[in-house]
Structures are given as C-alpha cells and as structure tokens.
Design a protein around this ligand. Sequence first.
Ligand code: ADP
Ligand code: MG
Length: 290
Amino acid sequence: ATPTALVAGTGAAAKAGILIRDIGTLEKAESIKVVAFDKTGTLTLGHPEVVEVIATDDDTANLLRKAAAIETRSEHPLARALMTRAASEAGEPLTATGVSATRGKGMSGTVAGASIAVGNARMMTELGIAQDRIDALKARFAKTGTLSFVAVDGELTGGVLFADRPRPEAAIALRALAEEDVRTVMLTGDNEEAARAIAADIGLTDFRASLLPEDKTEALRGLTEDPKSIAFVGDGLNDAPALAAAGLGIAMSSGTDVAREAAAITLMRPDLRLVPASLDIARRTRRTIM
Ligand code: ADP
Ligand code: MG
C-alpha cells in the first residue's frame, strides 16, 4: 500500500476504536494467518469469582484470611477475587510480611509467623508437596476451573476454585476469523481443565494450557514457520513478552500499561470483534490505490 493509503487506513482504524502505533503496523497486519489469544482478561472478562473453598485442617474463613493477607500485595485478577470473598466471609484480613510473587504461579509470604503460599499446582510441587496430595485435593472440588492451592509451612491446607466468564462476543469474533481462513488458538497459564471449559464455551478447538509467561513466546514459535504471520492478543503483564515477539501484538485497552506498550495495536474498546476488524482494515488498505 502507498503511504497515503496507510495514513487513511490508520484513520479508519482509529474511528473503529483500533489504535495503531505506527504506519508500518497495517502492513504487518496484512500477512496474519494465525491469531493466538491469552485467556484471562482477553477471551474472558477477567473478573473471576470464587466459586468454592476447601480447607483441610482449618475452617474456610481462616484459610481465606491467611490467603487474603498475601493477596493484598498482588495485582492479579485472582487476588482481587479472593480478597472480595475473604472480606465478605472472613472480615478484616491479617497482615503479611515478606510477600513475593512468582510470575505465572502465585504468591508467598509470612502471616502470623507461618509461611503461606497461594498458587497453582506447579507452585505446590516446588514446595515439595506430593503430586498425589495435590490430585486428591483437586478431586474434592465439585467443579473444575481455575484452581489455586494454599500451603501453610509447606503443607497443603486447602484450595480456592475460581470461575470467569467468556466475553459475550468471543465466539462471534473467532468465527469471523475462521471465515477469513485465519487459524485461532488460546495460550494460557491456567490449568488444562479450566482452559478446556472456556475453549469449548467459545467454540475454540486449539489451546495450550499451564504455560509460564516465557512459554507463551515459545508456544508462538511452535505454531507457525513464519513468525511474521502470527498475531498475539493479550492484556496482562505476563503477556508483554509474547506481544513483543509476535508478528503483530494486539493489546486490550482494559489491560496493563506494560501490555499496551509492547503491542503495535491497542483495542480501545474491550470488544474482540475489533481483532478481525483490524485484519480487515489492513487488507482493504493494501487494495486501496491512492
Ligand atoms: P493466566 O495466563 O490465566 O493469566 P497466570 O499465568 O497469571 O494465568 O497464572 C497461572 C496460574 O497460577 C493461575 O491460574 C493461578 O492458579 C496461579 N496464580 C498466579 N498468580 C496467582 C495469585 N496472585 N493468586 C493465586 N493464584 C495465582
Ligand atoms: Mg490475561
């Protein structure tokens, strides 16, 4: 496309709510054949709620109080969900010291002299908790979904199950991409079961679960021979490496600053239909002779 056409295309995109970083972006968007999506906050609303709490050697209110003390230091949507539930069920949170986050796994710190960890199965494994214990606790939950465990002094003491809803337009957006022969895939740090449930809900057949932030970039490379042909759509701090590594990075405006800075396109409205719309504008721009 000519520079004039690219300027016009960028303007048309802006009108639709698609913020394009520079004039070369539309040319990048022309060659996209695969679109990979982050799950939490991108394909889903990113407002998880606690749906089930199990405490093995304590009551659930105490478990939530300890977990919430750690999560006050986290920006993760799961942390907010846990704190909301703890506030309504367990009252004032306890204070934690020495809190640290492990990206893609969870949080840990000290509460009332005990070391508390809140995170996924991988985090529990790293604490030395046996796989059969993790599996046994997981099996006690009535539903499947995003699951974070709570360990006290290296012992598994319970878990919290979360549910998040897909964005209402997700299925339509994916179908629009399929109609343009664009392959779609979901990349998530969440567990296999949670990923499968969301994927089934929105009609997505291809997904990779339990990915660490750096694994998302690696997974992108595995999806296609030509790195320029792949777009990644994400919102989180965790997604920044993949947004920068993809042929085209697309950030949700509702996401973190870090994600927006790493992306060539920002969707100004949290509407996934703007993903096929971006590719469509790029294709039309190419055909424009000005
Ligand atoms: P996603 O790709 O879905 O945004 P993350 O990579 O952020 O997921 O986290 C992967 C998993 O690690 C979560 O599904 C959750 O079980 C656990 N986890 C990460 N951060 C936290 C936290 N602050 N509190 C509880 N669990 C967490
Ligand atoms: Mg996300």
